[in-house]
Design a protein. Structure first.
Ligand SMILES: [Zn+2]
Length: 409
């Protein structure tokens, strides 16, 4: 696989001059009418993508689950649907979207071990239009595994989003604002839950911004968002944004759909090795899987030394997290009346693993519940919810300082 990538990259960068010139005319678009999958001899599958202009791109494959990843220097996806590509033997779901600002990604699920046989982009000299063709051929499981892996090529190291200046609680004077990191769930290629026209990533970005404004109006909080646009942010990156911002508290916002148990009402999740129930476990797994589908696999990130350090940090963080989770549930009940029957739960959400920052994941409601869906799409109700979170934060800051004062004596 590394050999194929090297060839592809050399090919792509040879195009860099005309590509830059073409960027002036706007983003590349994919023509859904002429693009698609086709089946060939001996189980081969060809993917053809007709682009309005040539763009730097790369292809690689990943395991668990098997999928083909195509990255592009940015493509405008408006008007394009996965259905336009049709279907072929061994090809599963296709997802696409903005991956980071300026970068797009298409992820093609593979139901069989299909390896990249050839991949090439041809640009028409007259029109500037480009045709990307990837030919996949059946390979053994062992050959697939040998080829799979995200390439490390410095030319593709994507720019990190700009970060706010670092500040930590210790360095700030007593009156300094409390730093709240708001984490709107999902984004970009990962839409989260969907119900009709409504999707979780957009709804949580809207609510995240409303909550940010509500908190800022008090003058007591400095707010940092893990994303402020429709872009994919890895779970690991969300946690590191909290660290780099010197977060006092981290709040992840979600509105998932649960098929089991008619879940309804706000639910506050805190981190635990053991999930408090089956539904919590499924929810945590599903969120981690979205990251894997987007091409980032953190399953090997744990090591024993790190775990010991994390446990030590949690000893102090856990009571502070529990205090906030309890206050949050209480304020939501008092303000909105819309609280889950079992409002405090635990699960192993990766996004809550900022061990030294108290962190909660708030399911503001469930898109799978008709009543919740109505509330979540009502700006007045969301304003009540943002007020409840603000009040809980203000109470938490007071009680937390008292508690920490007691600990230090
Ligand atoms: Zn979610």
């Amino acid at each position: 696989m590394s050999r194929i990538i090297a060839i592809i990259c050399a090919f792509v960068w040879a195009f860099s001059a005309p590509v830059q010139a073409q960027e002036l005319s706007g983003l590349a678009r994919i023509d859904g009418a002429t693009s698609g999958f086709s089946e060939g001899w001996r189980g081969e599958v060809t993917l053809r993508l007709d682009l309005s202009q040539g763009v730097p791109w790369r292809v690689f494959q990943l395991e668990d689950p098997k999928r083909l990843v195509l990255d592009f220097r940015e493509v405008d996806w408006r008007g394009f649907t996965a259905d336009a590509l049709g279907q072929a033997e061994g090809i599963g779901a296709v997802r696409f979207g903005q991956f980071r600002p300026g970068w797009s990604r298409m992820v093609i699920g593979l139901e069989a071990a299909l390896g990249v046989k050839t991949a090439a982009l041809a640009v028409d000299e007259t029109s500037g239009a480009a045709q990307l063709e990837v030919v996949l051929t059946p390979v053994s499981g062992a050959d697939y595994a040998a080829q799979a892996g995200a390439p490390r090529d410095p030319r593709w190291d994507l720019p990190e989003p700009a970060l706010p200046p670092v500040s930590t609680r210790q360095e700030r004077p007593d009156w300094a604002p409390v730093v709240v990191v708001i984490d709107p769930g999902h984004g970009g290629i990962d839409p989260g839950a969907e119900r009709g026209e409504v999707n979780e990533k957009t709804l949580m970005l809207t609510f995240g911004r409303e909550l940010r404004d509500t908190l800022r109006r008090t003058g007591a909080f400095e707010v940092v968002m893990t994303r402020d646009e429709d872009v994919f942010v890895s779970l690991e990156r969300r946690v590191s944004i909290a660290h780099e911002a010197g977060a006092d508290i981290f709040i992840s916002l979600h509105a998932d759909a649960l098929s089991q148990g008619h879940a309804t009402g706000a639910t506050v999740y805190t981190l635990s090795e053991e999930a408090s129930d089956k539904a919590s476990e499924i929810l945590a797994e599903r969120h981690d899987r979205a990251d894997i589908l987007a091409g980032i696999d953190l399953s090997k990130a744990d090591d024993e030394v790190a775990n010991v350090l994390l446990d030590l940090a949690r000893l102090e963080t856990q009571p502070r997290t529990d205090l906030f989770a309890g206050l949050l549930a209480r304020q939501i009940r008092e303000t909105t009346g819309s609280l889950n029957k079992k409002p405090l739960r635990h699960a192993g959400f990766s996004v809550l693993k900022a061990a030294d920052v108290p962190s909660v994941l708030l399911e503001v409601g469930f898109l799978s519940s008709k009543a919740d869906l109505e509330r979540l799409t009502d700006p007045n109700w969301r304003a009540l919810m943002a007020g409840a979170i603000r009040d809980a934060l203000q109470l938490w800051v007071e009680e937390d300082e008292e508690m920490r004062g007691l600990l230090r004596q």
